[in-house]
Write a protein that binds this ligand. Structure first.
Ligand code: FMN
Length: 397
C-alpha cells in the first residue's frame, strides 16, 4: 500500500476516518448509546489485563489459524456484521474482498448496503446476519435467499432494545438520498472533498436502502421502512430461535450473549456458536465490557459450542487476551469500519494485518506455537475484573 495511506495502529485509522468523513457519517460509526459507559468499558477493560511473558524459549514460527463455524481462517479474527452505509461506495464488497485477501470470514448485516449475492461473489466465507424482523415466513424467505446466494452460516442478533439518545447527540440519517437531502448535507460534505469525490466518481449517492431485506435484484426497502417493521415485530422467544436454527440447518451463531444462563439456553436451542457481545456498546448502556463477561460464559459452555467475543478489539494483544480467557476467535466492528473509511479495501486489509502482527508478537512473547495454546496463565487478571452474569451466587459482592 502507498506509504501515505498505510497506518500502523487502529487508533491512527480512526483519526484518518474522522478527518475524511462528514461529521454525521463519522459519528454514525462511533455510535454507542446513552452515556457511552459500555462502549468505553469494552475498550478500557482490555487495558486492565496484562501479559505474563517469558524471556527465553520463544517459538520461531507461530500458527494463527483456526476455524469458526466450519470455516478455516488464517487468524482468529472475523468481520462482525455492521449495517453502516455511506462510509465507502464499495462498502461491504470492499470489506469482503479484504477479508478474503487476508484469509478470513465475514458477517454480513441484513442492514448492509450491498446485496448478499455481490458479497458472496468475492468471499466464499460469508455468514449472513439477521435481526428478528417480520413474520416467520418473511424471515424464512430472507434466510433462503442467503442460502441460495452461498452464505455458509447464519448469525442471529437479538440484543437490540431500540434504545436511542446519546449525550453527545445522534447523527441525522436522512430518509433517502435525493437531491434535496444532498443539498442539505452539502455544507458538511463539502469540507470532506476526498469522501465526496469517491461518490461523485461512481455517479451514485450513498445507498440508504437495505437490499437484503427485499428480493434478489431489487433495491430493497428504505432503511427507515425496514427499521419500522423491525420495531413492530414481537421479539423472538427461545422457541423461535430453535425454529430458525432447525430451518437453517447449518452453522448458526447467536450474537449478543453476556449471561451464563442465556448461554446455556442457547446451547439447548441447538446453536453451534455464540458471540459474547453487547452490540459494541450500542444497545443497553451499563452492560459490562464483554471481556469481563467472557470467562464465566466460556467456562460454562465453551466445551459445547464455539464461543466468540466481540466488543472493544483494537489490537492484536486484545485478541490474544480474549483467547486466553476462553474465546475461540473474535469479531471486529469499528476497527475495520475505520480502516474502510480511511482507505477502502486496503484499509481493511491494513487493519487485519495490524491485528495479525499484534497476535503474532504476543504469541512470541508468551512462548506459544499456536493460538490454541493460550490460557489464563498468559494474562494478569486484576482482582474484581470479571463479571459473571446470570450466575446468581456469583453476582453478589
Ligand atoms: C456502526 C455500527 C453498526 C452495527 N450494525 C450491526 C448490525 O447491523 N448487525 C449486528 O449484528 N451488529 C451490528 N453492530 C455491532 C457489531 O457487529 C459488533 O458487535 C460491535 O461493533 C463490536 O464492537 P467494536 O465495534 O468495538 O468492535 C454494529 C456496530 C457498529 C459500530
Amino acid at each position: 500500500m502507498a506509504r501515505d495511506l498505510w497506518f500502523e495502529t487502529v487508533a491512527i485509522a480512526q483519526r484518518r476516518a474522522k478527518r475524511r468523513l462528514p461529521k454525521s457519517v463519522y459519528s454514525s460509526l462511533v455510535a454507542a448509546s446513552e452515556k457511552g459507559v459500555t462502549v468505553s468499558d469494552n475498550v478500557e477493560a482490555f487495558s486492565e489485563l496484562g501479559f505474563a511473558p517469558h524471556v527465553v524459549g520463544a517459538i520461531d514460527k507461530r500458527d494463527l489459524s483456526t476455524t469458526v463455524m466450519g470455516q478455516q481462517i488464517s487468524l482468529p479474527v472475523i468481520i462482525s456484521p455492521t449495517g453502516v452505509q455511506a462510509v465507502h461506495p464499495d462498502g461491504e464488497v470492499a470489506v469482503a474482498r479484504a477479508a478474503a485477501a487476508r484469509g478470513t470470514a465475514m458477517g454480513l448485516s441484513s442492514f448492509a448496503s450491498k446485496p448478499i449475492e455481490e458479497v458472496v461473489a468475492v468471499n466464499d466465507k460469508v455468514f449472513f446476519q439477521i435481526y428478528w424482523l417480520g413474520s416467520r415466513d418473511s424471515i424464512a424467505e430472507r434466510v433462503e435467499r442467503a442460502r441460495q446466494a452461498g452464505a455458509v452460516g447464519l448469525i442471529v442478533t437479538t440484543d437490540w432494545t431500540f434504545s436511542h439518545g446519546r449525550d453527545w447527540g445522534s447523527p441525522k440519517i436522512p430518509e433517502a438520498m435525493n437531491l434535496r437531502t444532498m443539498l442539505r448535507l452539502s455544507p458538511e460534505a463539502i469540507t470532506r472533498p476526498g469522501w465526496l469525490w469517491q461518490y461523485a466518481r461512481t455517479l451514485r449517492p450513498p445507498n440508504l436502502r437495505v437490499p437484503n431485506q427485499g428480493k434478489p435484484g431489487e433495491p430493497g426497502p428504505p432503511f427507515f421502512a425496514a427499521y419500522g417493521e423491525w420495531m413492530a415485530t414481537p421479539p423472538p422467544s427461545w422457541a423461535d430461535i430453535a425454529w430458525l436454527r432447525e430451518m437453517w440447518g447449518g452453522p448458526f451463531m447467536l450474537k449478543g450473549i453476556v449471561r451464563v444462563d442465556d448461554a446455556k439456553r442457547a446451547v439447548d436451542a441447538g446453536v453451534s456458536a455464540i458471540s459474547v457481545s453487547n452490540h459494541g456498546g450500542n444497545n443497553l448502556d451499563g452492560t459490562p465490557a464483554t471481556i469481563r463477561a467472557l470467562p464465566a460464559v466460556a467456562d460454562a459452555v465453551g466445551d459445547q459450542v464455539e464461543v466468540l467475543l466481540d466488543g472493544g478489539i483494537r489490537r492484536g494483544g486484545d485478541v490474544v487476551k480474549a483467547l486466553a480467557l476462553g474465546a475461540r476467535a473474535v469479531m471486529i466492528g469499528r476497527a475495520y469500519l475505520w480502516g474502510l473509511a480511511a482507505a477502502g479495501q486496503r484499509g481493511v486489509e491494513n487493519v487485519l494485518d495490524i491485528l495479525r502482527s499484534g497476535i503474532d508478537c504476543a504469541l512470541m512473547g508468551l512462548g506459544h506455537a499456536s493460538v490454541h495454546d493460550l490460557g489464563p496463565d498468559d494474562v494478569v487478571i486484576p482482582p474484581g475484573f470479571t463479571r459473571p452474569l446470570g450466575v446468581p451466587a456469583a453476582r453478589t459482592g
